[in-house]
Design a protein around this ligand. Structure first.
Ligand code: MTE
Ligand code: MO
Length: 197
């Protein structure tokens, strides 16, 4: 059955396929629990912890610069998908409007439904990271995290929270949902940081 959708890469596509990954042209849905369904007007991303508390609504986000980027994504369940195109607000552009407090070194992404995942600030602040609302030119489907998700393409895809509703800045690292359940704290696919052992 899987053979119908997954093909072994003939090569590593010039170094683009991390070790242990297989290419797919599908877009598998991976969610722990149910998908969330809500309208763009109900998007609210709360900034809290070691940052001046505020909330970005959908209209606030739409008023910021919009960026379209194409890159590869890698799921810890061994699929990679090349050349995915996303549109949204770059994290670095959002940060222009966030007052970080001294001592912030990490951030926890929070989702509607309770999913969480942690990042070092240096991984969060990369120029390619997006708060994405559009995939391949179409509104991001609910099962893929629409209306709004984070996309952090240099780490395994569990580090990209769907249905984003909070960014909590922290003075230390703290495990999110999968990290508490054995996944690696950082999750670099090119170093095969899948599980903590
Ligand atoms: N809110 C939320 N975000 C999530 C998840 C989830 O279960 N809930 N799963 C993560 C995992 S394990 C992966 S691989 C990707 C899957 O995104 P996709 O369903 O769009 O392929 O979302 C990540 N973000
Ligand atoms: Mo995943």
């Amino acid at each position: 059955m899987l053979g119908k959708f997954f093909k072994k890469p003939a090569d590593d596509q010039g170094g683009r396929i991390p070790p242990g990954q297989t290419l797919t042209t599908r877009f598998p849905v991976l969610t722990y629990g149910p998908s969330q369904h809500y309208a763009p007007q109900d998007v609210a991303v709360r900034i809290f912890g070691l940052a001046e508390e505020k909330t970005f609504t959908w209209d606030d986000l739409m008023a910021l610069p919009q960026t379209t980027l194409t890159y590869d994504i890698h799921c810890v369940t061994h699929w990679s998908k090349l050349d995915t195109t996303w549109t949204g607000v770059r994290v670095v552009d959002l940060m222009e409007h966030i007052g970080l407090k001294p001592g912030a070194t990490h951030v926890m992404q929070h989702s509607v439904g309770g999913y969480t995942t942690n990042l070092e600030l240096s991984d969060f602040l990369r120029p390619e990271n997006l708060l994405a609302h559009t995939f391949g030119g179409e509104p991001l489907a609910p099962e893929h995290g629409g209306p709004l998700r984070l996309v952090v393409p240099h780490l395994y895809f569990w580090k990209s929270a769907k249905w984003l509703n909070g960014l909590e800045f922290m003075a230390a690292d703290k495990p999110g949902f999968w990290e508490r359940n054995g996944y690696h704290m950082r999750g670099d696919p090119f170093r095969e940081e899948r599980y903590d052992d």
